[in-house]
Design a protein around this ligand. Structure first.
Ligand code: ACO
Ligand code: LMR
Length: 614
């Protein structure tokens, strides 16, 4: 791994630079990684995120089309130990904690540069930070800055804006111009001007708008002067302060020899009667020499290229650049191919650039609006109109609101199937599971899993068998005989304990309700004929609960929809859903009951088991 120390001091960032991002600034990180990919960097420029209020973890990002995980550390110290190659910290801490976080970062031997994004860091605190950085020979950029960029190599946070902007301003590959300014917004504008009038930016730094910036315009210009890759300098000064006079001095002392195009903004301040405070804390002229006009004049006299107004700034940049090309100082490189950056799915979808077939189709409920719809009714309507559980099932299972008699019948089925004591298969399993320490859902499911053709799961089977026999005009006696011949039990017929002598009153309830409320009950009538025959064989071969619900429900569906639709619901197994739903009520009851009674682990008695040692 590369160590941070073997770089010349004029290089703060290059294609191998790795940074820590202080605070969870995921958007800024993603923009940096998109820039890295566009610049064909081999490794991401973000080494890790430091999230002082979180815990050690990872965060997902894209590096081009590929998803990568970046480590997140709670402590700066751990981040430093884990990522010894990181030498930059981009500090997104608030104005309250930015100075302390910077002081902590400066103490890490590997850190060479700290960028402070926050605006409004107390000036007293900043003076302390600047002094400490000087002592340690480290560089501060900011505060109140967007950061900076080395084209095609490294980008600080949100510098340069969106990836489209980056590509437009040709920041994904190096040019020959070093640029420095106060303002982040204007720096983006300047990079664009540079892209249009020269071979492009090499490095650009926004020093930030505070009165006490960590580094000044001249600091960076002197750095650019030393960098052989930078052939011309471009700067934007600002009304207020003396920083530009340092540039004047450097020009006079020939410390800056590369051609410098500079404009000090704020010349319009003279149009106002009183002193104007521009956006930045430092942007206010207290003395005549701090005015933009005075500074522009001094710079021009010291040998800088200063336009007459901002309108001529681009032309002058172009003139100076063209001169350097003519002299052979700059040899423009061939334009590399513009890299294709994958677009985020959400962005592409929003701009209607892509379409995708749905993985799911759903037609019963729609939760995209203000309120979820059950069929065409909002939940509020279902509640306010008193549609009850019957209405809810009608809407969600059968996609229509059936008449009141049908809704009442659905509810009756649920009430009737809710429980049948602790001895039946489902309740038994649920109770055993509860006593073995299982939770509510596991115990419930254990009971539900016993539902099958011999217990509670014969409703659809009964409806299907009986309706098929009825639809083919098979006389009931012939039907019973044929089933016997095939050795198949007629679904919905027979009960272990109920019989003609001990009738199942649940069946009576269902039967009577259907006969009194349904338009017609041909399938029920047919099933009762079948029962007459089977009970002559054995008194327990009655039409049971499953059978009675099955045939009555088939009659109801055939009343409320086409025969084909009704048969399709039965084939899909919809009617067993009634027993599943109803019995869940009882099974949950059994689970709670066993818990409440604090029943211990269940063990079956040996005398109830015949051991066959074959
Ligand atoms: N159709 C025709 N004959 C039957 C039926 C039937 N549905 N059920 C039992 N028989 C006959 C058997 O063929 C057997 O006759 P055999 O003695 O001549 O061989 C005799 O009755 C006894 O059969 P078993 O299976 O021992 O009866 P058991 O009382 O154990 O089973 C059960 C009861 C499981 C309900 C059975 O009748 C059956 O499988 N019925 C069809 C499925 C059904 O409706 N299940 C839901 C039950 S209700 C509920 O769980 C909520
Ligand atoms: C039930 O509803 O669970 C019963 O009909 C089954 C039984 O065995 O009694």
């Amino acid at each position: 791994m590369k160590t941070a120390t073997n770089k010349p001091d004029y290089v703060l960032f290059d294609r191998t630079t790795r940074a820590f991002i202080y605070n969870m600034q995921t958007k800024a990180v993603q923009r940096m990684l998109d820039f890295d990919y566009a610049s064909k960097r081999e490794i991401p420029s973000v080494a890790a995120i430091i999230n002082p209020t979180g815990s050690d973890s990872y965060s997902k990002f894209f590096f081009g089309p590929q998803e990568i995980l970046l480590p997140v550390y709670k402590s700066m110290q751990t981040a430093a130990e884990k990522c010894p190659d990181a030498d930059v910290m981009i500090n997104f801490a608030s104005f309250r904690s930015a100075a302390d976080a910077t002081l902590e970062a400066l103490q890490l031997p590997q850190i060479r540069t700290v960028v402070i994004i926050a605006e409004g860091v107390p000036e007293r605190k900043m003076k302390e930070v600047i002094a400490r950085a000087k002592e340690l020979n480290k560089v501060i950029i900011g505060p109140a800055t967007i950061g900076g960029i080395v084209a095609g190599a490294f980008k600080i946070g949100n510098t340069g804006g969106t990836i489209e902007n980056i590509l437009e301003s040709k920041l994904h590959r190096p040019g020959s111009v070093g640029c420095v300014s106060n303002s982040g917004g204007l720096s983006n504008e300047t990079y664009n001007i540079i892209a249009r009038n020269t071979d492009g930016l090499y490095e650009g730094i926004a020093i930030g708008g505070d009165r006490f910036p960590g580094t000044t315009l001249v600091d960076h210009l002197l750095r650019f002067e030393k960098n052989p890759a930078i052939k011309m300098l471009v700067a934007l000064g600002e009304v207020g302060g003396n920083d530009e006079y340092e540039i004047v001095k450097a020009l006079q002392e020939k410390k800056i020899t590369k051609p410098l195009v500079i404009w000090v903004t704020g010349t319009c301040a003279k149009a106002f009667k009183t002193e104007v405070q521009f956006g930045h804390a430092g942007a206010k002229a207290d003395l005549e020499m701090e005015t933009a006009d005075a500074k522009n004049k001094a710079l021009r006299e010291a040998g800088a290229y200063v336009p007459d107004s901002f309108d001529d700034y681009d032309k002058l940049i172009n003139e100076v650049y063209t001169g350097l090309v003519k002299e052979g100082v700059i040899i423009p490189a061939p334009e590399p191919e513009i890299p294709k950056i994958p677009v985020d799915y959400d962005t592409a979808l929003k701009s209607k650039m892509i379409r995708k077939p749905a993985n799911f189709v759903s037609s019963i409920s729609d939760d995209r609006g203000e309120e979820c719809l059950y069929g065409n009714k909002t939940i509020s309507q279902v509640v306010r109109e008193g549609l009850g559980i019957g209405g809810t099932i009608s809407l969600l299972w059968f996609k229509r609101l059936m008449p009141q008699y049908a809704l009442k019948f659905i509810e009756m089925c649920l009430i009737i199937t809710a429980d049948h004591g602790p001895a039946v298969s489902g309740a038994h399993n649920c109770i055993v599971a509860t006593r073995a320490g299982k939770d509510l859902v596991s115990s419930l499911v254990s009971g539900l899993l016993t539902i099958g053709p011999r217990f509670g799961g014969a409703i659809d089977g009964a409806a299907q068998m009986i309706s098929e026999a009825y639809d083919t005009n098979t006389p009931p006696a012939q039907f019973v005989a044929e089933m016997k011949k095939k050795g198949v039990n007629i679904q919905g017929i027979g009960h272990r304990v109920k019989s003609t002598h001990n009738p199942d009153l649940r069946v009576t309830l269902i039967k009577e309700y259907a006969q009194q409320n349904f338009k017609e009950t041909p399938l029920l009538n047919y099933a009762l004929e079948v029962e007459k025959i089977t009970t002559t064989k054995r008194d327990n071969l009655i039409l049971n609960v499953d059978g009675c619900i099955g045939v009555c429900f088939a009659d109801l569906l055939r009343n409320e929809m086409t025969k084909e639709e009704a048969d399709e619901y039965i084939r899909m197994g919809a009617l067993n859903g009634l027993f599943v739903l109803g019995r869940s009520i009882g099974l949950i009851g059994h689970h709670l009951d066993q818990k409440r009674l604090k029943q211990g682990l269940y063990r079956h008695p040996w005398d109830d088991i015949a051991f066959l040692n074959e």
